[in-house]
Design a protein around this ligand. Sequence first.
Ligand code: SF4
Length: 458
Amino acid sequence: MSRPKKKVYIKTFGCQMNVADSEQMAQVLAPDFVPTDEPAEADLYLVNTCAIRKKSEQKVRSLLGSLKALKRRRPHLILGVGGCVAQQEGERLLAAIPHLDLVFGTHGIYRLPELVRRASQERQLDVDLSAGFPETPPRRWPSGAAQTLVTIMQGCDNYCSFCVVPYVRGREHSRPPAEIVAEVQNFLAAGGKEVTLLGQNVNSYGRGLDEPVTFPQLLQRLAELPGLARLRFATSHPKDLSDELIGLFTELKPLCEHLHLPVQSGSNRILSAMNRSYTREHYLAKIEKLRHTSPGISLSTDIIVGFPGETEADFQDTLHLVKKVSFHQAYCFKYSPRPQTRAADLPDQLPEEVKAERLARLLDLQNDLTLAAHRRLVGQIREVLVEGESKRSKEELSGRLRTNQVVNFSGPQELVGELVHVEITEANPHSLKARWAAEPSARSRRPVVGGTPRRLSC
Ligand code: SF4
């Protein structure tokens, strides 16, 4: 008789890349551990960390401190920390947190089973970035999974002056295209519908591969796979966004009409200090091409306010750019100095109050733009991929449009994982309300955007 498996709880901080990494952790541990949502019953507790901002790092340290009590109640519990903070802090974490058993870096995921076995005997540290990435083991998906994240590359060679990623995730490394295509095929064979390709800068995918394949070519290969209804990708660097890639938004039916294109600042002086390798004019020209090619495309971005030396005039440039582009969504943050990065040593670091006040003004503007974009959708019939219960109410389902907005509506549970049409009925600041198009008033109208067949412009 086989032994019952132990339980692993994984707490994930940060971005989609970390969510994908946590999934990989669960997969490589699957022969010995089953995932649990209940930390109090875990035999292995892993914290997958993010070092992009000081605040997320502080949250990790505070969580680790609070886990001392759990470790006391469950002495056999193995407590491990992975991801970017683990990579950055390494031995210092072990020294600072006596109840920690394991620290593994961003390249240590596939060595986890062995590390966990050894950690039950003595404390383990694995932050080696030099070994590169082994071939990714085959993945499995829970039955009914409609969406998945597929990591196509790791690391980054861009060295933006504020960013810790090149130091904690290493140099850029692309996965072979055949491995990616096989993974997506397996997902589709299991009934999947939507794939999001992940990398720090997917536009530069392919550099250094034995088989020379560009990112647009990879998208073309994937878009041809039968059964793929939706294809997304993140994140893009504006300097590498080619006309060829922009053209694919109208050529490839599964490619969703949404692009996340981080601008970071609207001031050329600050963009140069950030080492972003483009100007606001270059960025705006890309936006114009995108909107010309794919008029219905929705655009989201990342913005940092209060970078060292940012003046009120620089900040006004950012506000003007945000208004001009009219982003559907923007992830806005106060600059936070990160260890090893060049910007951390720049003079003219701004006081917290100035950063906070600018962030508040930017958020006010963006909230208005998001709500206005949501209001323009009211009355339209759109395709939604139903993801599950709404966060707000168990009575409602929640999903996303191809253009990436969250939509909540009433409908039967059987719709989870399905592509359905809804009529947008109400615009809220962070989401939309809709009526399921199986209801007569919505069914009688022709789809405006999305769906099968369709093509307009995630
Ligand atoms: S492109 Fe810049 S911001 Fe993005 S991961 Fe690379 S260094 Fe960081």
